[in-house]
Structures are given as structure tokens and as C-alpha cells.
Design a protein around this ligand. Structure first.
Ligand SMILES: [Zn+2]
Length: 174
């Protein structure tokens, strides 16, 4: 999943399941890896070789990936703006605080991969194991019947996003 979808999925799970900043962060973090494992669309659809699972450097992104990325982020910004960020405050921990920590948790694994944090983690055994887990616990589109698989991934991700949006709308209404 790209950043916007991770934000929507992570916030939907975290805001319905957690009531403290720490649990919102952890739920967001876990949601990232669940989102990665589900069939989904990201830079993978532009990859020719299914075994090539290196993270593309932002400078190497094809224009098509940028368009996909911007659409994905725009959807998340619009939905989050009109749901959790416009929700009337509730008693207890504020929506905004939970949203903040859930958002950090849900995009952190990819932020690590695109920054120097990756090199830092690589130096430790545990960090290395985590980087490998992030890379391998990931849905891949194989080159066999590629078009069908991309369509299936698109459909599956649309359902996940729709359910996330309905959940976030429910939070505003409650
Ligand atoms: Zn990821």
C-alpha cells in the first residue's frame, strides 16, 4: 500500500480499537504490516520482474507512480479532514491525539525505508531482522497472469479502503 492507504487503514483500526496514544501508535504500526500483506496496489504494479522487490528510490519513481501516490494521498487527506479532524471532541483522549499517533505508526515502516533510519537499523541484529520482515511479509504480484492479479489487488484494496472510510465516518457520527 502507498502512504495514503496506510493512513486510512491505520487510522480506521487504531481509532476504533485504541484509547491511548501508545495503543494508537502500536495499532497503526501493526496495521502497516497487515496492509502490506493484503493484496494491494503500489509500486509493485510497475515492476517488470516479480523477484525484484527492492525499494525504489524516490528519485527513480516513474511518473505513473507519482500520479498514483498523489491520488492516494489526496484521498486520505480529504477523508481524514472530513472525518476524524472534523469530529466533535469526545470525552477522554482527543481524536486528534489518537489520529496523530496512529498516523505516525501507520507510515513509520516506510519512512524508515526511505530515510537514513534504514542504515541505522541495519547495523543491529534486531533492526536487520525487522527490515527483512518488512520486506518479505509483503503481497507480491507475480508475472504470471499479471493483469488479472493487478485487477484482483485493485479490487481487494478498494474493499479495504471502503471499509476504512465507512469506519472513519462512523467515528464522526458516534
Ligand atoms: Zn511497508
Amino acid at each position: 500500500m502507498l502512504a495514503g492507504s496506510h493512513l486510512l487503514f491505520g487510522n480506521a483500526l487504531a481509532l476504533s480499537a485504541s484509547s491511548t496514544p501508545l495503543s494508537a501508535f502500536l495499532t497503526g504500526l501493526i496495521s502497516h504490516h497487515i496492509g502490506d500483506a493484503l493484496p494491494h496496489i503500489d509500486g509493485n504494479i510497475f515492476r517488470e520482474n516479480e523477484h525484484d522487490d527492492t525499494f525504489l528510490n524516490v528519485k527513480q519513481w516513474p511518473i505513473k507512480l507519482w500520479v498514483l501516490f498523489l491520488l492516494d494521498v489526496m484521498l486520505a487527506v480529504v477523508v481524514l479532514k472530513f472525518t476524524v479532524l472534523s469530529a466533535p471532541e469526545k470525552i477522554g483522549t482527543s481524536w486528534r491525539l489518537l489520529f496523530f499517533w496512529a498516523s505516525i505508526g501507520s507510515v513509520l515502516p516506510d519512512v524508515i525505508n526511505f530515510t537514513n533510519l534504514r542504515e541505522l537499523l541495519r547495523k543491529t541484529l534486531l533492526g536487520k531482522a525487522y527490515l527483512n520482515f518488512h520486506k518479505n511479509f509483503h503481497f507480491k504480484i507475480s508475472s504470471k497472469s499479471r493483469k488479472g492479479k493487478i485487477f484482483f489487488a485493485f479490487l481487494a484494496q478498494s474493499i479495504v479502503l471502503l471499509l476504512s472510510i465507512i469506519t472513519l465516518l462512523g467515528i464522526v457520527a458516534s
